[in-house]
Design a protein around this ligand. Structure first.
Ligand code: GCW
Length: 673
């Protein structure tokens, strides 16, 4: 071992895995040294070829040949595959006799379904599955599985924590970065089929000819992976670009301008998906500026894209600085009466909760309240309120909690059943996720953030999948099939979001963040011009108590839920502790079910959150010999940041609460006295 070469070799042998900079995401090692399986493609299609290439590159040697074909291929006629039972984009992977040979068949009703099948097979193998009795079949439960990029045309990503925008507008459309295909491939591997390229805080420029050409270049790359391009539309564009005096949706000249604009876009992008609109919210223009309704605005745009089979996703995230009503109530108040008045190619896009992507919110009361309108649920994958890219917070349990919530409208009706369209028989349905993707080498600013992109796609495909099962598949594909790594990583992930809730805002507290950037604690902030932007608006703490009274004695937001839930939320005794202070203003010495006081319980939870982060870091430390140095080190450093900042959150918050309630720290608290 004197020879430096030997020393090198010894180091390589000792290291658990090849260096991994995270670029390959969950798409695995991809470089096995075994002989490749024979993969045969039937049919001429770029997408089928991509599916076959994926398998050639990434499948280990198998005992049978693999056949990649669409379900309507003549050679599969004898198999009596029912294309309809595969669903419109579904797949099947199973052993079959094709042209007299025993093969492993990867099929789907359409080309992209076959590609989804190829990825399902890889997921199965990489999670330790075998092919002896393989029988995978699935079809998506929602029609639109769509990323929302809050990417500005200058490259800045609003609420993005992983670098500049992936879209290099400057050199598009001439240069198509090969990374765009990698992006599309990653999305296809989890079933995502749409992407809104630009920020909902939209600039009209994105609808000019040069930007349409750039979007078309991206669409050309994404199309092969089954991904459609959409654009956020600025409602006042007819004024800014068209020189009109108004953007009033009832003005025929305005409607004509949008129609011509839609036609222009469709000439460049024949399968353009449609528009996403943020109107009359946080300073964005909209139909309300002219006394027209949100339905008037949405329907006018819907008419423009209708001849091309386009859709409009119209956001319900509205609240006005002029409205003294509880912010949590405003979207419902505005949209519920419009149910039934939207065109059939409009979806109303509703955030998971009524305020704004907090670490925990009760589900949005609009779910279940607009049966005649397809609702698309909007989740935030980027962690604006959960510690940006550094804090580890797996969002699967958050998505799952919302999707599984009973609306109380009808027996068995859940948010998921509304979002899939099943509850009310809508064929349009979908889930939108605000992307956490940027130009960082590892795409999402850290390995565990990739899991949030992953779980969004998987749950949009099938909201009944469990967040834990998805965490397991992600971990196996990301780190390899070492059971110790998988068990440890999954255990860390599954408790991580609750830890963030505990140290930032336990018991249903919300919006306590430092204002503007939303990083770190700021429950004391009270000086912003708009009252509902100040944390004090949300917690309402005083010497006697804390919490937002949303019962009849307060804003009565509880009445926006179905009666069975409204009753439950009206009484602190029947409100889940996790949502207690969201709905109630309670005295500091309110008795909790366990017999301790509200104050004692709050402190206990802050401490619990801090302890959980300590435990995540020591669990991660045990994995050091089993994970490549590059990814291990970055996560370890991030967990160090999170340990420090969980304490910052707890200590600053408690010091502030104590300055209001005058109470001492309960015995046994780990917080500094
Ligand atoms: O969460 C808030 C963000 C804004 C965002 C807005 C929205 C795009 O702080 O940055 O704007 O929500 O969803 O429209």
């Amino acid at each position: 071992l004197q020879n430096p070469l030997w020393a090198c070799a010894a180091l390589v042998l000792a290291s658990p895995a090849v260096a991994d900079d995270g670029y390959r995401l969950w798409l695995g090692e991809g470089a096995t040294t075994q002989a490749r399986s024979g993969v045969e493609v039937r049919g001429e299609s770029e997408t089928l070829r991509l599916a076959a290439d994926e398998l050639r590159r990434n499948l280990p040697a198998l005992s049978v040949p693999v056949v990649v074909a669409r379900a309507d291929d003549a050679a599969l006629a004898g198999l009596r595959l029912d294309a309809r039972s595969l669903g419109s984009e579904g797949y099947a992977v199973r052993r079959a006799q094709v042209a007299g040979r025993e093969v492993l068949l990867v099929t789907g009703s359409v080309d992209v379904g076959v590609l989804y099948g190829a990825f399902a097979l890889l997921r199965h193998i990489n999670s330790g599955g075998d092919i002896a009795n393989i029988d995978l079949a699935s079809s998506p439960q929602t029609k639109l599985r769509i990323l929302n990029h809050w990417d500005n045309l200058d490259g800045v990503v609003e609420r993005g924590y992983s670098g500049q925008s992936l879209w290099d507008w400057w050199v598009l459309p001439d240069f198509k970065d090969p990374r765009y295909a990698d992006y599309a491939r990653a999305n296809a591997s989890i079933g995502i089929n749409g992407t809104v390229l630009n920020n909902v805080n939209a600039k009209a420029d994105s609808l000019t000819a040069p930007y349409i050409a750039k979007a078309a270049a991206l669409a050309d790359v994404f199309r092969l992976y089954g991904i459609r391009v959409y654009l956020s539309a600025r409602f006042s564009a007819p004024i800014e670009l068209g020189g009109l005096k108004t953007a009033d949706p009832r003005d025929p000249a305005v409607a004509a301008w949008w129609k011509a604009k839609a036609d222009e876009i469709y000439r460049a992008i024949p399968d353009f998906g449609g528009f996403l609109v943020k109107a009359n919210s946080e300073g964005q223009p909209g139909p309300r500026d002219y006394g027209a309704s949100h339905a008037d605005g949405a329907n006018m745009l819907a008419a423009a894209v209708k001849p091309h089979n386009g859709i409009v996703m119209w956001r319900a995230f509205v609240y006005a600085d002029t409205d003294p009503e509880d912010r949590a109530k405003q979207a419902y108040t505005e949209f519920k009466p419009l149910d039934g008045s939207f065109a059939d190619n409009v979806l109303v896009q509703v955030k998971n909760g009524a305020i704004d992507f907090q670490p925990r919110e009760p589900f949005h009361p609009l779910f279940g309240a607009m049966p005649r309108t397809p609702l698309i649920a909007e989740f935030q994958i980027t962690k604006e309120y959960l510690g940006f890219a550094t804090h580890l917070a797996y969002l699967g349990p958050l998505f799952e909690e919302v999707l599984d919530a009973q609306t109380g409208v009808r027996r068995g009706e859940t948010v998921a059943s509304v979002v899939t369209g099943k509850a009310d028989g809508h064929s349009l349905s979908g889930m939108a996720g605000v992307a956490n993707i940027g130009r960082d080498r590892d795409w999402s600013g850290g390995t565990f953030n990739q899991a949030n992109w992953y779980v969004f796609g998987r749950m949009a495909w099938d909201p009944s999948l469990s967040s834990e099962a998805i965490a397991r598949e992600w971990a196996a594909q990301t780190f390899g099939n070492d059971p110790v790594v998988i068990d440890t990583v999954v255990a860390m992930m599954m408790r991580s979001r609750e830890a963030v809730v505990d140290y930032t805002g336990p018991l249903g507290l919300a919006h306590l963040f430092a204002t503007g950037h939303h990083y770190g604690p700021g429950p004391w902030v009270s000086d912003l011009a708009r009252p509902e932007w100040n944390p004090v608006y949300y917690h309402r703490a005083d010497r006697q108590g804390i919490g937002f009274d949303r019962t009849r004695t307060g804003s009565n937001a509880v009445a926006q839920y179905a009666p069975v839930l409204a009753r439950r939320y009206a009484d602190p005794k029947t409100t889940p502790p996790e949502e207690l202070l969201w709905f109630h203003h309670l005295p500091w010495d309110y008795k909790m079910p366990a017999g301790n006081t509200l104050w004692e319980e709050m402190v206990r939870r802050y401490d619990r959150g801090v302890a959980e982060v300590d435990s995540m870091r020591s669990q991660w430390a045990t994995l050091r010999p089993r994970i490549d140095a590059e990814r291990w080190t970055k996560t370890d450093a991030f967990l160090g940041v999170q340990q420090r900042e969980a304490r910052w959150w707890r200590d600053a918050s408690l010091a502030y609460w104590m300055s209001i309630n005058g109470l001492p720290l309960p015995n046994g608290s780990a917080a500094p006295q």
